[in-house]
Ligand binder design. Sequence first.
Ligand code: OAD
Length: 242
Amino acid sequence: MLTGAGVSAASGVPTFRGPHGLWSSTSAQTTPSTVEGWRRYRATDLATPDAFTRDPALVWEWYAWRRATIAACRPNRAHEVIAAWTMRNPQCRVVTQNVDDLHVRAGTQCLVRLHGSLWELSCWQRCAASPRTWRDERVPLPAPVPTCPHCGALARPAVVWFGEPLDPGAVEAAADAAACDVFLTIGTSASVYPAASFLHAARRHGAFTAEINLETTPASSMVDVAIQGPAEEVLDAIEAAR
Ligand code: OAD
C-alpha cells in the first residue's frame, strides 16, 4: 500500500494540499510560529535545496516547528490498523510518503519511507566522515541551525526536497511492494511522483486496487474501488469486519 499525509491528519499533523494544507500560493511576510503562519509560505520557500542554500535558518525553523508539532502527536487508528496488518501478514508492505514516523511508532513492519524522516539529519556537504543519515529526536534541537558532528558543516533534515532524487534503495523497495495482488492508496493526493506512479505499476502487475481518501484524486478514476471517507474510520471498519 501507499500512504500519504491524510493518514496522519487525524493525529493532528497538517497535510500539504487542500483547504487546510500547508502549501499555499501566496508569499510570506514574517517568520511564523503557527500553522496559519507557515501556510503563507510556498513549498519552494521551505522544501528545496535552493531554499536551504538561501536561508538555512528559516528552513530549520520550519522543520523545528514541524518536529515539535509531530512530537506532540500520537498514531491514530489508521496507523494502528495498518501496523496490525503488517504484523499479521509479513507480505503486507507499506510505502509511505510521510516523514513523521507515525507508522514507525505504531509498530509497522516492512515500511519504506520514500521521502525520509523528520527525525533524521544528514550532512549538507555529505562529508565522508558522517553516516548517510543519523537519528536526532531532540525537541527542540540544541542549536537553531544544527551542524554535522563530524565536519562542522550545516546539517539538514534527512528528507527528500522538491527537485531531489529519491533514495534508489527506497524506490526499488517500493517498486517491489507494488508488484502485489492488492494495492491500497490511502490519504494521498496522488499528485507527487514517483510516489504516485506505484499505483500504475500495481495496476500493470494486475493488482486489485483501492483508494481511501476524503476526496476525489487523480487516482480515483484509476482504482477498482474508491472509498470516500476518513482513513482512520474506514480502516477501523474494515478491521472490525474481518
Ligand atoms: P497531500 O497533502 O498532497 O494530500 C493529502 C491527502 O489526504 C488529500 O488528498 C486529502 O484529501 C487526504 N486526506 C486528508 N485527511 C484524510 C483522512 N482523514 N483520511 C483520508 N484521507 C485524508 O499529501 P501527500 O499526498 O502525502 O513531499 O503529499 C505527497 C508529498 O507532497 C509529501 O510527501 C510531501 C509533499 O510535498 C515532500 O515533501 C517531498
